[in-house]
Structures are given as C-alpha cells and as structure tokens.
Ligand binder design. Sequence first.
Ligand SMILES: Cc1cc2nc3c(=O)[nH]c(=O)nc-3n(C[C@H](O)[C@H](O)[C@H](O)COP(=O)(O)OP(=O)(O)OC[C@H]3O[C@@H](n4cnc5c(N)ncnc54)[C@H](O)[C@@H]3O)c2cc1C
Length: 344
Amino acid sequence: MNNEWDVIVIGAGLAGLTAARYLQSAGIPTLVIESSERPGGRVKSDLIDGFTLDHGFQVFNPQYPNLKNTGLLPTLGFTPIALPFSPFRVVGGVRTPKDLLTPFLRGVFLTEPSQVSSRVRWEIYKSFLRGRPGLVDGGASAFSQALAAPVTDIHYRETVHRLEGDRVITDHATYQAPIVIIATDPVTATQLVADIDVVRMNASTTWYHATKEAVDGAGRLAVTKNGALINSFAISDVKASYSSSGRQLFSSTALSVISESEVRRELSRIWGRDTSHWEFVAQYEIKQSLPVHPQGKPLYSEIEVNSGLFVIGDHRGYPSQQAAMETGKVCAKRIIARELRARS
Ligand SMILES: Cc1cc2nc3c(=O)[nH]c(=O)nc-3n(C[C@H](O)[C@H](O)[C@H](O)COP(=O)(O)OP(=O)(O)OC[C@H]3O[C@@H](n4cnc5c(N)ncnc54)[C@H](O)[C@@H]3O)c2cc1C
C-alpha cells in the first residue's frame, strides 16, 4: 500500500469530495480517508422497505453555483419542491408575511432565523430567489455517490485519530503528505486541530410515516407557527420514487427529540385527520445537523490554518451544501496554483 501522497483529504463529505475532484483532475496524487462506509457525509439516505429516507429534510438548489458546476442534478431526475410562494399550508394562522416566512426559515436554519447571522440569512434568501430547491431520484445519497464517482483512492471505514506534523494516523495505518486537508464534520475538526474555534451545532430530528390514505395537497410543505414539528409534507408526492409501495411517505421535522405520541398528535393537527394508524417508518435524530453561524462571524473563515494544513467544510463557510463545496474548491485551487508555480 502506498502511504505517501501529495495531498491527504480527511472526510468524504461534500467539501472533501469537491476538493478531491479538483485535485485529482489536476493530476495531483490525492488520498481520501473516510470513516464511514459511504460518501457524502451529512448528505445521505437509506433505502428501506421500498422507501427512500433522507437523513433529515435535505434539498438541493439547482442554482447553487457549485451544485450547478457538477452538472449532476439533471442526470438524477431533479424535481423542485413547492415553496412558500406557491399555495402553501401554514398551521396556526397567517396575518403577516413574517408569519409565513419565519416558520419556513426555522426549517431551513434548524433554529430561530434571528439566531443566524444576517449575512448568512441573506445568502440563503438569495439562493431561494435564484432557484427552487428539490429532490433527486434515489435521495440525497444518489447525489453523494454521483459526486464521489470520479474520485479514486478513497479509503472507506478508516478513521483518522490524530495528526503529527505531516503524518496522518488512522486506525489502520500511518500516511504522510506535505498537504493535509481536514474535511470532517466541525466537531471532529476541532478535535484534530487545536487552532480552530469550537463550533456549536444545531440538532434536528426527522420522522417518516407512511399511509395508504392518499392525503390531497400534501406535496406542499406544511409549516407550523407553533408546535413541536416545524414542517411536514408527503415527500413521495414530490418525488414518486421515494415510495415504491403505493403508500404516501410523509417527512416531518422537529428541532428537538419528541415522543412518537407527540409527533402523531402534531401530524393530526397539521393534516386535519386521525393519523394514529399511520405506519411509523423511521426516525433520524441528527445531533450535529448544522453549525451555528453567529452574528459577526465572517461568511468564510481562513482555510489554511497552518502551512500545508487546511480545514474545510460548512463550518469554515456557512451551513449549506454550496458553502461546503466552495471551501473544497477554493482549497484545491490554491494547492493546484502552488503546484503549478513549483513546477515552473
Ligand atoms: C438534516 C440536514 C438538512 C440539511 N439541509 C440542507 C439543505 O436543504 N440545503 C443545504 O444547502 N444544506 C443542507 N444541510 C447542510 C449540508 O448538508 C452541510 O452543510 C454539508 O453537507 C456539509 O458538508 P461537509 O463536507 O462540510 O461535512 P460533512 O457532511 O459532515 O462531512 C464530513 C465527513 O467526514 C467524515 N469524518 C468525520 N470524522 C472523520 C475521521 N476522524 N476520519 C475520517 N473521516 C471522518 C464523516 O464521516 C463525513 O463523511 C443540511 C444538513 C442536515 C444535517
């Protein structure tokens, strides 16, 4: 096994994969080490009992420049979801535009919008003005697999434990590279590198239920002004391939862990019917969903924290697929430019 590389990328989430795609296509020998068994990090889904189940309410915006650049969404059967500006269901009454937008944005930021820096809010608003986000066939994992497809030399199920200078120590081996890119989740990044600030994370829990009932109009996102669930919709009405069994699949998200009975009570309130017989399919509690981006933090933080040591990912930008990929792209381009200078 070759243990010496020009670049080692730790983590095959969107940031790490983006960096690896640019570096390898520039001919720079790059190893990717990923602790889990699949690519995509937080962008993942399971196929269970004929259902596609994303880990959380995750959508793709075709106008995010870095998503657009990959050219992947049209090849994956992208379908936009209905947003607040289309006929839309709000539970709890709407008197002002804020009554509509605040509950919706709570689902986007996975916290109160007022807790998010105004610059980040503006970036996200702009992305909604540019394009309608949506879903792809095969779910979030289909996108991650397609993004990873051209990347060679990915070691799955291998966890990096620590860095010692230019050495990367995993549970399998020790590798060496003059350039190391940490593309892990924010919490692991702060454990591997002492020089970056600890990041607080917002949590979320998404529940899936199925019913044979055929609830009309449920493909529109229902948001609640108050209540334990922040949104709910029949995800299979937007993307039929999310349920191959003829049953309607509902995705409902909460910002905290709530009991099954509370979820069912909320579902009944939102959809105006008895949901006690709806089939429970799965529950995904994601304790580390999105990094908190407080007021005053710049949109992007410096990614080269020490000479030859880069830290990338959404926590070095703002919580989104776009920013995670942007940090990967910027990092790779810097390294490629140096390589070209060194060769000339
Ligand atoms: C529920 C939810 C909904 C979301 N919805 C949206 C949305 O609709 N739109 C949007 O733009 N963004 C959304 N996001 C945010 C978006 O998914 C993230 O910002 C983005 O995927 C972060 O990518 P990343 O590469 O920075 O990190 P991650 O996805 O966290 O990837 C890090 C990778 O590093 C690996 N790793 C960790 N530790 C180690 C180690 N020691 N050794 C080796 N590998 C390691 C992990 O297994 C993982 O694969 C959502 C996130 C969540 C959780």
